[in-house]
Design a protein around this ligand. Structure first.
Ligand code: GEK
Length: 245
């Protein structure tokens, strides 16, 4: 097994900060990076298991889109119990998927998991009951987001759900600056220096483009989801559940 390690990618000054990419260097430190960078991540993962347990339907497909190392895939798998579902986990980073495969193999649950190295925009979905986009939609170009949600909405069976977790922005400047500052403090409290936070921010600037909560809700409604609930928020990070009626 390839080693996992602490996230020290931005510890020293970079002459030029390159655009953030989900490459081998990031895959190697990913669990540490996401836990220390995304407020609420360690709460959201087990809740994805719980939501899957509640809404997965017998003999349907379930998808984890942008699965990285498979944290939400495994939570979903454990939530599926004996529902005879097929779980499909997709990521377009070969480095992520290789490590994900290792974690799936270590897990002793029996629900079959298919790993696909593919762009989630190109998927042909089978009839599904639970789809997870845990901090993935934010990395798609904004103009591609509706189309993907539309395909998911059409593939979901009645009563099926989409779990959508995202970093968000705020129309209100004061709210934006307060919650951004608290996110900064969260990272500092988790041991990142000002230099690390600022270089990572530069790397993500053109790659992670957040929408507001209102924009997400609006897009989900116009894609045909019948109801959307905000079930989690910590600072500028949220998770939504959207229902197909
Ligand atoms: C978790 N869900 O641990 N097609 C496929 N994969 C993609 C695409 C795309 N177009 N764009 C980005 N990705 C995970 C965490 S991380 C979130 C998800 C983060 C993949 C990308 O390779 C990466 O693995 C993942 O989406 C986003 O619950 O790093 O903040």
């Amino acid at each position: 097994m390839k080693k996992q390690g602490p996230d020290n990618i931005y510890v020293s000054p970079h002459d030029k900060v390159n655009e953030f990419a989900f490459d081998e260097a990031v895959a190697r430190v990913f669990p540490d990076m996401i836990r220390r960078s995304v407020p609420g991540y360690t709460t959201i993962i087990p809740m994805i298991g719980l939501i899957t347990e509640q809404y997965a339907q017998e003999n349907s497909y379930c998808y984890d889109l942008g699965c990285s190392l498979g944290a939400s895939t495994l939570a979903m798998r454990h939530g599926l119990k004996n529902k005879q579902c097929q779980l499909v986990a997709v990521d377009n980073s070969p480095s992520m998927l290789e490590r994900c495969n290792h974690y799936i193999e270590l897990d002793n649950d029996t629900t079959p998991v298919t790993l696909l190295c593919a762009d989630i925009r190109d998927l042909e979905f089978k009839p599904c009951s639970v789809v997870t986009l845990n901090f993935t939609l934010q990395f798609l170009p904004p103009e591609d987001r509706s189309n993907l949600l539309d395909k998911i909405q059409q593939a979901l069976v009645p009563g099926g759900v989409l779990i959508l977790s995202e970093k968000i922005c705020f129309d209100d400047e004061t709210e934006q600056s307060h919650l951004e500052e608290l996110h900064w403090l969260f990272k500092k409290a988790n041991g990142y220096s000002d230099l690390e936070v600022s270089q990572k921010r530069t790397a993500l600037e053109q790659v992670l483009l957040p929408d507001s909560l209102e924009a997400h809700k609006q897009r989900l409604m116009s894609t045909g989801f019948s109801t959307t609930h905000l079930w989690y928020q910590c600072f500028n990070f949220i998770s939504l559940i959207a229902f197909k009626s």
